[in-house]
Each structure stands twice: as C-alpha cells, then as structure tokens.
Ligand binder design. Sequence first.
Ligand SMILES: [Zn+2]
Length: 458
Amino acid sequence: MKEKSKNRKWQFIGLVAVCVFTAFLVVLFIRMEKEAPQVDITLDSTAFGVERTLSMSLSDEKSGLKKVWIGLFKDGKEKKLLEKAFPASGWLRKGSVSHMPLSVTVKPKELGLTDGEAMLRMVVTDYSWRSWGKGNHTYMEKQIQIDTKPPRIEVLTDAHNISPGGTALAIYQLSETCPKSGVRVGDTFFPGHQTGQDADDPYLVFFAMAYNQKKGTAIRLEATDMAGNQSRAGFYHYIKKKAFRKDTIRISDGFLDSKLPEFEPLLARRSQQPPIDQFLYINRDIRKANKQAIDRVTAVTDNAIHWDGVFKRLPGSATRSRFADQRTYTYKGKTIDHQVHLGEDLASNSRSPVPAANGGSVAFTEYLGIYGNTVILDHGFGLFSLYAHLSGIDVEKGQAVKRGDIIGRTGKTGLAGGDHLHFSMVVHNTYVTPLEWWDASWIKNNISTKLQTIGYGE
Ligand SMILES: [Zn+2]
C-alpha cells in the first residue's frame, strides 16, 4: 500500500511538471513569435523641401510595439528625427500599444542640413522575446533629396494684354522640373504645360479673365517644385476695360409647355411642381451642375497645339445672343431670375451642319441638361470649344477633327427656344469671348507670334 501511494505521488508530481513545462513551452512559443512590426508609409515624393511632414502608421499585433527610431544621414552625420518607446504591461510583458499613427515634421535647415542627397532611416522593434529579448525589428531606408531652393521662373513673353472675358498666352521657363506651375488670375489657377520632355523645355499657359473680374485683378506666375518649394513672379500685363450687354428673356407658358417634358428625367419628383418652379430649378441648379460637368471635361487636356489660324464661325449665321450678356428672366411681367450667358448664340437654317471651329480632339459628346446635345473639342493646352443645343452629333469621343469637319447639326435640345448653335470658348475652366478667336489679327498679335518663338505653327 505504501509503495502504491508513493508511486501515485511521483506520478502526480511528474504530471504537474509536464504541465508546467508544456505551459512554459506554449508561453515561450507565443512570446518568441517572429513577426516583425509593420510600417505603413507613403513617400509620394522623395524630395524634401523647407518643411516636410511624414505620416505613417506602425503596428505589431502579436507582441506590441516597443520602440521606433527615425533619422536622417547626410555627409556622415546622423540627425535624429524621432525616438519613441512604448510601454509594456501584464505578467507576460507584452507591449500595450499594437497600433500607432505617427507623423514627423522634417525641417532640414533647422537640423543644420544642406541641400543634396540624404538617407532616411527607420527602425521599429516589438516586444517579442526573440534575439535574447531584443525583439523583431523592421528596418527601412530610403534615399531622399533635400531641396530647399524655390524654382526660378523666367517669363519669355513680353506683352500680355487681356480684358475681362478675354484670353492671353504666357510662355516661361523654370530652373527645375516642377509638377505644378501656371498663372493665377485672382483666385483662378491656370495650369501651364511643358512643351517637351527636357528640363529646360519651355512651359506654355493660356490664361483668362472671367467676364466679372475687374481691372486690378492680380495676375502672376507660380511654380511649385517636387519638394513643395513655391515661387511667384509678377510679369508685365495690361488689363483693358470691357462692358457687357444687358438682355431680358421673357418666359412664356408656351415655352414651358414645350420645354419641360424634355427635362422630366432630370426633374424626377419636381415635375409635380408648378412649371415656373421647375424652370427655375433647371435655370439655377441644373445649370450649375452642367457647368461642373464641363469643368471636369476641360480639366484634362492634350499637351499639343491641335489648331492653326483663325477659328471658324457657323457659316451664314446671325448672332442672337452675345458672350456675357447679363440676362434678366421675367415671367408674367415679374423678374424671376438673373443668369449670365457664357457663349454666342448663332442662328442659321434649322439643322445646319456645324463645322469644328478649328483642329482638335473630341473631348465630350453627350446630352448635358440646359446645353442639350453637346460636343466639346480640346484644341490643346487647356483651350476648348463647346457646341450646344445640337439636333445630331456626328463625331465620337477621342476622334481627331480638322478645322471645318462637320461635328453635328444645329438644333434646339436643352434650354433653347428655337434652332440655333450655342458656341462657347473655354480656357481651362473659364469661359471667354469667342470674338477674339474669330479674329485673325487678334490671334496673330496675341497668340501665334508668341507660339512661333518656340517653334509652333511656323
Ligand atoms: Zn446660348
């Protein structure tokens, strides 16, 4: 009996020892995990300017984050940007932080670093027991470029005469490649485009004044380099005065009766409202949405001059409305709305063939609210022409057209009372008067002569 209980005691001790050892192995196995911390960082540009903020997110699911170190190495010197330790907790001493968003701002001048190549280095460790308790680590290094000098802008064109609702062209050179440069007119930015692949190839920018911008509007060139350094340069320009006409449009019940059914799909439940309310919704809200849709089209342009010479006006047509006419809308003798007409209305015979005003590529061919069936041509470098109220469209998006090619037929789709062509010229996102583009001597004096200096249209 004594022998038996002694055996049982030893068996029990053995079992406990096995359990303790197994538990020890399990803990060891868990705490010795070999998953390195994760670093999520996007370096969209490796150029660091006067000030650069790096945002990242660190994570370590299994053991938790222990330490992060970030530094810059340049000319054999090390500059610490950030060092941060995270606490451990619990009897297993795991990290209490498993996920951490971090941002660090780098100001090379304050760190005493000069312009040139440098190495960004980063080490992140976790609370794993691996490597005799040192943990797993993630090491990253990235070659970067410190550049704190703003780009130099040299304007190559001399005269820039412009009026409200008018266009001008500037050509300039930059001392380094810049992802963003162009002319700012008041609050509106017109992006410039480089004419070739080489760093010293000139940039070209069509810029415009909106019809309602005044004499005294600030016009300057801007350039931002890869490191985010920005330069501004004034350049000689002369703003001419310009006045626009006033016009009154009487909305009749007959017009509403004939037009509103076309807009029913866009009005949805509003088509139950009084016809004049439906009209106001179209004239204000749909007009605004259509303008935004056109802005999206004209934000994308070809870096090419697709056109040559004077722009073609609809042959044999009479002008019914002018660019920037200040329109007052009346209904039953009362003023109900004000809008500005941003094109020229040209009337000819019904369903007249509409020629492309100049060479371009077809950027848009769709039905667009108040504009009805619409074609937009990209003439290159942000210059567009727009043809609205068409009864038919004869071109497809992406197609190249020459001056005079028939792109469609006039009509009265959209918010048009009778058959006519609504013709607009657009520079980036600003509507300009087509009269300048229909005038051969204006084009020669203000545009072509400048383009010839950099080898276009010789
Ligand atoms: Zn019109």
